[in-house]
Write a protein that binds this ligand. Sequence first.
Ligand SMILES: *Cc1c(COP(=O)(O)O)cnc(C)c1O
Length: 469
Amino acid sequence: MDEEQFRHWSKQAAEWGVDYRNGLRDKPVRAQTAPGEIAAQIAATPPETGEAMETVFADFEKIVVPGMTHWQHPRFFAYFPANAAPASVVAEYLVSAMAAQCMLWQTSPAATELETRMVDWLRQALGLPENFSGVIQDSASTATLAAVLVMREKALAWRGNAEGLSGQAKLRIYASDQVHTSIDRAIWIAGIGEANLVRIPTSGPERAMDIAALETAIAKDRAAGLLPAGIIACVGGTSTGACDDIAATVAVARKENLYLHVDAAWAGSAMICPEFRALWAGVEGADSIVFNPHKWLGAQFDCSVQFIRDPEALVRTLAIRPEYLKTQGRDGIVNYSEWSVPLGRRFRALKLWFLLRCHGLEDLRRRIRNHVDWARLVCERLRTEQDFEIVTEPFLSLFSFRHRSAAEPDAHNLALLKRINDDGRIYLTQTRVDGAVAIRFQAGQFDMEKEDAEAAIRVILELARSNRS
Ligand SMILES: *Cc1c(COP(=O)(O)O)cnc(C)c1O
């Protein structure tokens, strides 16, 4: 591709992006394709000679776009949001054009120094104390893995990396029965083993870890010669927004000298609003906290911030310095690849800088407060309908509900969910609460308006009452 073509197609792509965003409300939210339908339209073998960009771009529009689920659709109420505010998209164009590897300070000083600043901006925005520094990871899964590796190394007096786990005391990690599957995977990958992830039962409407049960489990493990290594607490669980009592968990972690990692991947963004910070009161006592600006805040995927109280322990766990990675003659510089599992790193701070400067915290707070209000609006409306029940109350902007029926309730609600998502005007997903199917509703798309919440109510009521299964 020559320079003129690069210019032309870059403009074309930017134009396309704007039109795409503008036209989203008229598109079905979830892709309405059958498995294999897209693959069938893509050549089975790679081309030997180049094709015209016109043809490639036309095929993108014809084949790829109809097979996309539209995460930036204002009526996306499924999973959690993956917001990408236009300001952060523009930053990503620039990052993509520069395409720098930001593993060391010297491989792009601006990327490193902007990252340090942006993590600190977010620390202030979330109301965390000054003794937290941090790093931008690709995902919460990676941040949690890094935290679990630190738990392991600290508990083994730094012998795990060097000697492996065989012959060592059995490590134990504690978390509630509501935590995300990324915790299971971190435990597997760290070599600790699923059997040593101790699941503490939860209670109350918050579905918080039972603190007495946590203390009992730790004492029992110590008595049995096992080696407690850390606790993972959650603020805003994926299923129904479960929320541990962080202050009480911190107290246990302190008393037992255990590392505490807090997973607030989704809910962390809401902490830019001071009125929600009571939900994680005590969090300043954690050793690390992960939250994803790429979920609710508006920073294009991927962008996961891990705040850390003692980066030395993290660097001691993860840093490898072969000769070719040594940066000579500079003191006080940070090489963020020593803070994360992958060596290569994208320039993720630029989109945060664009996002935070273009919107300011006030506008971002306004959006999050609206989402919380509008989720409540949908919840309260469904509560007034005789044939609906609220299964879990709103936690921030997430709640779950069920449609009552004479039929088998799980099958009935899964069928209703399928009708809703096949219809395409809105998109919802399901979960299980105490074993039974419930339909999740979360509001959080960046450009969502009140009318989108009202549309959700209309569609849910209409489809629940037509074509009864
Ligand atoms: C989304 C989510 C994760 C996983 O985040 P990734 O960045 O996709 O790895 C973990 N925990 C919670 C609570 C989440 O909501």
